[in-house]
Design a protein around this ligand. Structure first.
Ligand code: MG
Length: 272
């Protein structure tokens, strides 16, 4: 995030896991754009689907100024890209993908994060030592959990837990959840495909993120642990750390983990 008073450090890791032959996840780390997409579809079309969507989002990194509306527009365009590719390549009919991540945007003249989600990949936020899942899983079980009709424990073994209710590549296109909030010193984001929480609990994920300062080492550790724990699905992670630029921000409130009024912002309901 050059020129905004905030810099980021990132780490990225992806692995097919211990069971699947192909890795249908795609990851994106480009200036101001960080994302994970988890492709679905027979005949190896899932990797095509996730790659197409990530390529579309990568175009945001080349722009001088990105707004939340631009993020929405690129997600709509990504859906059209997928439908067009499937129409031109009938063997890929029905392919789709999740996508979730973060984009540096300009909102009301100041830098913000736009955190977006379609599907059951996730973004977590670690701030003040506390790990919170920001995204709401677009799955049968995720929506029941969010509505309070089942418990976390029931969700973990529910037969519908892998049924995704929103995906890129559908007609009509999916509605994206979007949260827009200012960056906060010392916060860390984890963007991941569902292969990570399939193998590790939120407590285990939080412990690794708290114990490992370097974002690349944290990303590698998360993927290694998930594969060692069973690796039943592809597993992909992007770790993004917000860091204040000390030359621009020397005020006392720039200390990492300082409580601030925006800490709760990304936990609120998304705009849809
Ligand atoms: Mg997956």
């Amino acid at each position: 995030m050059t020129g905004t008073g905030t810099r980021v450090r990132t780490g990225v890791a992806t692995h097919p896991g211990a069971v699947r032959e192909a890795n249908e996840d795609s990851v994106l780390v480009a200036p101001g754009v960080y994302a994970v997409a988890d492709g679905m579809g027979g005949h190896a079309a899932g990797d095509v689907a996730s790659a197409i969507v990530v390529r579309r989002l990568e175009g945001l990194a080349d722009r001088d100024c990105v707004t939340p509306d631009d993020v929405r527009a690129e997600l709509v365009a990504a859906n059209a890209d997928l439908l067009a590719d499937a129409a031109a390549n009938p063997e890929r009919a029905g392919m789709g993908t999740t996508v979730t991540g973060l984009v540096t945007v300009d909102a009301a003249g100041t830098p913000h994060w736009a955190l977006f989600n379609i599907g059951d990949s996730r973004v977590y936020r670690l701030a003040g030592g506390e790990l919170t899942q920001v995204t709401i899983d677009h799955s049968e079980v995720g929506e029941m959990l969010h509505a309070g009709t089942i418990t976390e424990q029931e969700a973990s073994s529910h037969p519908l837990r892998h049924i995704v209710t929103r995906a890129v590549g559908t007609d009509p296109g999916p509605k994206a959840d979007l949260w827009v909030f200012p960056p906060s010193a010392g916060e860390r984001f984890l963007i991941c495909s569902d292969g990570l929480p399939l193998e590790l609990t939120n407590d285990e994920i939080g412990a690794i993120l708290r114990a490992t300062d370097d974002p690349q080492e944290a990303a590698d550790a998360l993927v290694d642990k998930a594969v060692a724990a069973g690796g039943r699905d592809n597993v992909s992670v992007v770790v993004v750390d917000s860091e204040r630029d000390p030359e621009r921000d020397s005020a006392p409130d720039a200390a990492p983990d300082a409580p601030s009024s925006d800490v709760t912002a990304p936990r609120a309901r998304p705009t849809t």
